[in-house]
Write a protein that binds this ligand. Structure first.
Ligand code: CA
Length: 394
């Protein structure tokens, strides 16, 4: 891509997103369920997976001004979804998949709070913002990490290799991989872990420990584990969704150059334009979406926050043509395989130290210019104010 003189051109289509949300609402309507199911395939519920993923699609669309559907009805169905699948009444979800359920529901409830706020529903906004903090209820300070809890409040026994035990409270993953899923309040997670230094150390360790696993809970090795081992990046399992935002979290803890390093590693080593070009399931476009965003230089860590978190752009020039006629022009003239680190950023000609880009700024049309360099810049983007959105900082 560096040899190409042609800029990357891509087009964003909000009308399509609006149609998708409309379909979700219509399916909730016509099925008579009046809540959003988790994974609709060919007009039926697949019965798979967990969380309330439709809520983030809805809240993100609304926040971005995509609103050609019955908003009040969609909101009602979102609330119904949370009542049906949520962390009430205990403030966490005791089950074999306690960590995955609880973290997913906490984020989904935060999504409702954002939507409620924009719709002027103040009481709901406060209520669901509080529910969004329920991830704290399964953080065991003694172990320093998330741990499944039983209905009576007791912790589940902590096996010897708890963090790398597949399915220990987690779906298709282990606590080491799933535990980073607090996309709406990374700062809160940093605090729970004892500060930025501990957070960065723990994040580093994911890539350093060997790709070990303990499959005693599930009984056999799932293909996602095989893919983690083939990828050879420690316990970082890019082939599955629980981990795909993890690299970008360095931006929340004053170490953006580490996000830049790993973003480039993953793009270079785990994707190719060959039949085996994916490192795991494509999963409804998510594994490609990660690449498209990351190649542009940023990624949507927390849908509905209006922010994209900066990584390492792959092109010297990329142009995003928006449906409103505006353009986002991303330039990195000295980009190369060696120059993977960001030195300085200019946004519309002005110095820009944040580790995130706002959607609301980009859609007005924007020019973002990255200076790329071969060694990390240990100063840029390290101030607390440079970090992306976290609820705890609001
Ligand atoms: Ca998957």
């Amino acid at each position: 891509v560096f040899r190409s003189q042609m800029p990357l051109q891509t087009i964003i289509n909000p009308q399509l997103v609006s149609d998708l949300v409309n379909s979700l609402v219509t399916m909730a309507d016509e099925s008579g369920r009046h809540y959003f199911e988790r994974w609709e395939i060919v007009n039926a519920y697949s019965g798979c997976m967990l969380g309330n993923p439709a809520l983030s699609v809805l809240a993100d669309a609304y926040a971005k001004g995509i609103r050609s559907y019955d908003v009040e009805k969609a909101y009602r169905y979102a609330v119904n979804s949370s009542k049906r699948f949520g962390n009430d009444p205990l403030g966490y979800t005791p089950s074999e998949l306690c960590i995955s359920h609880t973290l997913e529901y906490a984020y989904a409830d935060w999504c409702i709070s954002r939507l409620a706020e924009q719709l002027g529903k103040r009481e709901d906004a406060a209520l669901y913002a509080a529910k969004g903090q329920s991830y704290r209820n399964i953080f065991d300070r003694e172990k320093g990490w998330f741990r499944p809890r039983r209905a009576d409040g007791a912790w589940e026994p902590w096996p010897e290799n708890a963090r790398t035990t597949e399915w220990y409270g987690c779906i298709e993953s282990n606590p080491y991989q799933q535990g980073w899923f607090v996309p709406h309040d990374v700062e809160g997670l940093v605090d729970l872990m004892g500060g930025r230094e501990q957070f960065v150390q723990m994040l580093d360790s994911v890539f350093v420990v060997p790709p070990i696993y303990d499959d005693s809970y599930y009984g056999f090795r799932i293909h996602e584990i095989t893919e983690m081992q083939v990828a050879d990046m420690g316990n970082y399992a890019h082939g599955n969704q629980p981990a795909q935002h993890m690299i970008y979290l360095y931006n929340y803890a004053g170490a953006p150059w580490k996000a830049q390093y790993w973003a480039r590693e993953v793009m270079d080593r785990l994707y190719s334009a060959c039949p085996d070009g994916y490192c795991g399931d494509e999963d409804n476009g998510q594994t490609s979406a990660w690449y498209v965003f990351s190649a542009l230089g940023f990624y949507s860590v927390c849908p509905a926050s209006d922010e994209y978190v900066v990584g390492s752009p792959l092109f010297r020039k990329a142009v995003v043509n928006l449906e409103n006629g505006n353009k986002i022009v991303l330039e990195a003239p000295d980009n190369s395989p060696e120059n993977r680190y960001i030195g300085a950023v200019q946004f519309d000609g002005k110095s820009y130290t944040y580790n995130f880009l706002r959607h609301s700024d980009l859609v007005k049309g924007a020019g973002v210019r990255f200076s790329m360099r071969p060694d990390p810049d240990y100063t840029r983007g390290t101030e607390p104010g440079d970090a992306p959105y976290s609820f705890s900082r609001e």
